[in-house]
Each structure stands twice: as C-alpha cells, then as structure tokens.
Ligand binder design. Structure first.
Ligand code: FRU
Length: 433
C-alpha cells in the first residue's frame, strides 16, 4: 500500500505560478465578488463617537503608509517611526480633499501617538503634477525614496481631461534625526518613473468609465523575497476603451478582450446579470520591475490581477509574504463594483493568496473580502493597509455622519488555513508596529 502522505508540495491547491515577467493575468471574477458577505470575521464595530486623540487638527488626513525598508517592515530610525499621509486643508469639505492633496508626515517614538510635521516636500519643489496622491516610502541606507502619484497635468483646469492624469513619480532625500525629530535634505528632482502605455494599462484617453476616473496610481515598492528583485505594484485599468463581459440581455457587447481580457474566468461563467455598463469596469493590479539594483528605473510588466467586469478600482495594492505564499491586498469601494454587484459590494479591504507574485490567486474567504465597515455606515473607514504580522491601519472617513479625516485604531488580523481571515483585536490607537 502506498503511503497516505502526499508528496510535499508547495502548492496543495494546485495554483499555477508564472514568471514575474510573464503575461498571465489572473481574474477576480463576478462570481467571486457575488459571494461578498458581512460576517463577524470581517465587520468592524460601529463607532458611536469621534476619537478624541486625532493626529492633528491642522489638516485632513487620509491614505497613510509607514516608512519601511525594502522588506515592507516599518523602520525605527534613531528612535522614530515615520508615517506619510495625504493631507488637505480642513476648511475644504472632506470629499473635495483629493484635488489639493499633498503628502505630509508625522513622527512617533512609541508608534501610537503621532506628531504631525507638515508637508514632506520643500515648498519650492518642482513636482510633475497638480497634486500628490498615494504611494510608498522606502529607506535604503540613509537615503529615502518617496514614490507617489503625480495627479493632474500642470496647467490643466477642472474642465480639462488632463486634470485627471496620473503618473508614478520618485524623489529621494537624505534622512537625519535629532531631538526635534526627523528631517530630509539633499533633495533629488522628482522624476516620472511610469506612465500608462495603452497596451498593458489603460490611458486617460482610452478611459470611458464616465464619473469613475481611470487609475494609474499608488506605487508600492518592495523586494520580492522569492527572487530578491525590487518590484512595484500599482493601481491600473485594463487597456482599451472596454473589456468583454459576455452578453447583456441578449445583446452582445462589442468585444475588445485586449491582451488580458481574454481570461475566460473574467466574464462568461457567471449566472449574474451583466449590465451594459460592466464593460467599463476594468480595474487591475499592475506590476513593474526595477532595472538591476536601481530604485528609480522601472519597466512595466503586464498586470497580475484584473477585475474586468467586476470592479473599476483596485486601489493601493500591496503585499505581504508568509509561509512561502504571497498575500495580495487592495482596497475598493461599493460604488466601483460593476452595477449588478453593487448590492453585494462594500467599501473594504480585499485580499488574495497565491504561490508567487504572478500566479493563480484565490480570493481570501471565497469572495476576497477581508475587512468591512459596519452595515450601518459603509463609509466609516477606508484605505486599509496591511502590514507584516497582520496589523492593519486605515483612515476614518465618517463617524455618525460627520467627516473625520484622521487615522483609525489599528486592527490585528489572523489568517486561518491560508485562505481565511478574521480580525482578533482592535488597538486603542493608530498603532504602527
Ligand atoms: C484611495 C485613493 C487613492 C488615491 C487617493 C487620492 O483612498 O483613491 O487611490 O491615491 O485616494 O486621494
């Protein structure tokens, strides 16, 4: 009789792995997303009151990330942790914040209480956009690399299409610390490192999604422990004007599968109704690889995951690595799910697990949903960011109908049997481990 033990396999679920530079793009399907459900493992408690201990009352704060090393671990630089946040004037109505966003920073000695330091870039700096959107900040030696999104082309006004362009940018500086805190000096120029190419990633001109703007943003730089290479994840959209979503009420969509729309899992296997608009919902998670050891030169690779016909925005993609597996994280909104999925979809943190960065991913918990707001307030928090060890930070958007614009208490998650998650603890503060 043969042994009952299966040969050791890194991949008991038979998920395929592909070279990082290959052209396989996995799909988050409509059938996956249709399974979204609020449960006690993923639903955050309803907040009754605004937290008293906010980071600052000088500015609104939203998307936030810690300064890390290339292994995505928070750096403690000479006794300080540093976080970077998108910020805007508190006189603005909170939903208007996006159009004036600037990256600010805060420091902490205990990783719990934060001192806001103001804008990170010097006032006279020449940035290639009208505003600064999310990114990542990496310390290598004593040099800090600031990756962010330059949004809006210079000279464009709110009625010009170029008001909405997005380009990925890097700037670097030298870090130093003293008893007054952290400072940055010897600034480099701000360089554009990637733009949508129209072949792998949709350009502004190709985007017809109407009120939901296209994405080419949120660069997140990391060293892949599986091959030692530096890569960048970012939010993109599938190229072309639309993707193939099967038939709509017996009417066949004009089909433009594009190089990555052809994955059969993307569309036609679902019993869900397909709205005629679904073809514009084409969010993806993009990948780029650094040239050799460069931190400033990247080459675009095909996306690793798309949500064609499922969701228009896979925002702030990032990853953690454990047990030989890649956990891919992204945030998304209820309103960016394609119309037939909006009842099921929620503002949430979504996750996927696979054997390597370009692989067959399994949506965590069946649907992909990992963390959600309480049903009474779908907009309580947003922009969840998973850190190594299962610690998740986010910003508070809205408490009992009032704009919050500050950080939420950190949540601790655990993974069960590699494909399920549950939250186990809520901290008192915006704790960054
Ligand atoms: C997420 C997000 C990011 C973007 C920023 C703009 O909250 O939409 O994708 O960089 O906000 O404010």
């Amino acid at each position: 009789l043969g042994s009952a033990h299966a040969a050791p396999s890194e991949n008991p679920r038979k998920q395929m792995s592909y070279p990082a530079w290959g052209d396989y793009t996995d799909a988050w399907t409509r059938d996956d997303a249709a399974k979204i459900e609020l449960t006690e493992d993923n639903t955050l408690p309803l907040l009754e009151e605004m937290p008293v201990d906010i980071v600052t009352d000088e500015v609104w704060i939203w998307d936030t990330w810690p300064m890390t090393n290339l292994d995505s671990r928070t750096v403690n630089y000479k006794g300080y942790k540093v976080i970077f946040s998108l910020t805007a004037d508190r006189d603005l109505d909170f939903p208007q914040r996006h159009w004036t966003a600037e990256i600010g920073y805060s420091i902490s000695r205990d990783g719990k209480s934060w001192d806001y330091q103001g804008d990170v870039f010097p006032e006279d700096v020449d940035t290639p956009g009208l505003r600064e959107w999310a990114g990542s900040t990496i310390l290598v030696g004593n040099k800090v690399y600031f990756y962010y999104t330059a949004s809006g082309s210079e000279g464009a006004g709110p009625n010009d299409a170029e008001y909405f362009t997005q380009k990925l940018v890097v700037a670097s500086a030298t870090i130093s610390a003293d008893s007054n805190g952290i400072s940055f000096s010897d600034w480099s120029e701000h360089e554009i490192i990637a733009e949508a190419d129209g072949e792998m990633y949709q350009t502004l001109e190709q985007s017809k999604a109407g009120p939901i703007i296209y994405g080419f943003r949120d660069p997140w730089v990391f060293k892949n422990p599986q091959d030692g290479q530096v890569y960048m994840l970012f939010e993109g959209n599938s190229p072309g004007e639309e993707v193939a979503c099967g038939t709509t009420d017996g009417v066949t969509n004009p089909v433009n599968p594009g190089p990555y729309g052809a994955n059969p899992a993307a569309a036609n296997d679902s019993s869900l109704p397909v709205s005629p608009q679904a073809k514009y919902y084409n969010g993806n998670i993009g990948l780029a690889v650094a040239n050799e050891d460069s931190m400033t030169e990247f080459e675009l690779l095909p996306p690793i995951l798309h949500a064609n016909c499922t969701n228009q925005q896979l925002e702030r993609p990032h990853a953690t690595f454990s047990g030989g597996l890649v956990y891919l994280w992204t945030i998304s909104h209820k309103f960016t799910f394609s119309p037939a999925l909006q009842d099921a979809g929620v503002d949430g943190l979504y996750g996927f697990v696979g054997p390597s960065i370009r692989s067959d991913y399994i949506p965590l918990n069946g649907s992909g949903l990992v963390l959600a707001n309480p049903p009474e307030n779908n907009e309580q928090a947003y922009s969840w960011y998973m850190m190594p060890g299962g610690f998740v930070e986010a910003f508070l958007d809205n408490v009992q109908g009032e704009f919050a614009g500050t950080l939420t208490p950190t949540v601790k998650m655990v993974t069960k049997q590699q494909t399920k998650t549950t939250f186990v603890h809520t901290f008192d503060d915006a704790f960054i481990p």
